[in-house]
Design a protein around this ligand. Sequence first.
Ligand code: B12
Ligand code: SF4
Ligand code: SF4
Length: 365
Amino acid sequence: MRFDKHFYKANDRSHMEQSELWRQSDLEWLKSEGFTRFGLARLERPLSLAMYDEWLNEGLHGEMDYLARHRDQKADPKLFEARMRSALVFSIDYVAEDAATKSVPHLTAVRTALYARSQPEAADYHVAIKRRLQPVLNRLELQFPSAQFRLAIDTAPVLERELAQRAGLGWVGKNTCLIDRKAGSLFFIAEILSSLDLADVQMPAPDHCGTCTRCLDACPTQALISPRKLDARRCISYWTIEAKTVPPEELRPGFQDWFFGCDICQTVCPWNIKRWGESTFKMKNDREELVRELRWILTETNSKIEKTFQHTALARARGRGLKRNALIVIGNSRLHELKSEVEAFVADSKLAELAEWTLNQFNKA
Ligand code: B12
Ligand code: SF4
Ligand code: SF4
């Protein structure tokens, strides 16, 4: 873990001392716990609320109805947690130095997003990160017995990228991800909400995308419809993780061999290449193993698949979602070896059309 001047940049020390939230000993302790990037932000009406509203109004959230349901709580955090006034926002890397050798348990050859690959955070990162932040929460509770604190990551109705941007942890890149010049963007955002009324004095990080458009150019399904605007209905990550239905035919070839999630708009980003090098993002190419794993996905019962992945990020897609994803990878990678397994889905109530499409891909060059 790094502990350098970058840490101080992300955390306004004079402000920290003024708020008495963090003393030098606290900062040293956080360092020893492995936290090197965090900042403070006031919980208030988001600056980007108009962008969020526009995004919802244009229907770019697809089937993710909860994002519309969360809208009012995101607009006014007091509706979500009446007592909370501020947030300690953390940036937590999810890429290991040896990421190329990491895999989801039971799956080594299918292409999954880096955040879902085997490392402490991957075993349900919500649980793993909450567990990691628990000692920080405990310490805060001891230090401020009359204040309230609450851990949050991902699922809470909080606009985490905006919060992290205001906490000084990076800028919102054209790929919509929060990026830091040294850390890149391959990190989770997590926060400890607090009832302490802290002034928001962080210097927002300047935008370092400049004239670069690599992410927009590289997205195979043109989901980045303009800088900082993502149409989830075109995004591989959305379709392979969040959606319950089958993606439209015109998008499927763009999915290439992505089985779960997608990292393309981040792994082409110069700030991630600078941090991790390109080889970190490569997967081993093992057709035999890929066929074996996809055969298992297609032939195993949904309940057994769900049990196998119950403590991993893959649980979100459920058994049927992973079968859907497998059919697309098989079609795009022309895995003829799995023809009979695919044929078994031609009578499936939900996946029949997709299975026909997969079989048709075998006839293409
Ligand atoms: C829904 C969701 C998705 C959806 C939609 C993503 C999207 N870009 O909108 C899908 C399923 C596609 C998705 C994909 C991924 N996700 Co996601 N997702 C979320 C979730 C739950 C809500 C995001 C949301 O509300 N989207 C709606 C859009 C409009 O909001 P937004 O992306 O936050 O954008 C706001 C800011 O960018 C802000 N903004 C823009 N410009 C500026 C400028 C300034 C100055 C300011 C202040 C604000 C600002 O305005 C926008 C509207 O408010 C968050 C967790 C959370 N609670 O926030 C995780 C989250 C954004 N996801 C995350 C991750 C890791 C991913 C993936 C990398 C996973 C993967 N490998 O497949 C991909 C990345 C794809 C991509 N390019 O975004 C991380 C992002 C970490 C980071 N470094 O940015 C989050 C924060 C989860 C977490 N706690 O770590 N995700
Ligand atoms: S995650 Fe993949 S599909 Fe989604 S915007 Fe990025 S490159 Fe495009
Ligand atoms: S690829 Fe270029 S434009 Fe896209 S987020 Fe990275 S620096 Fe910004």
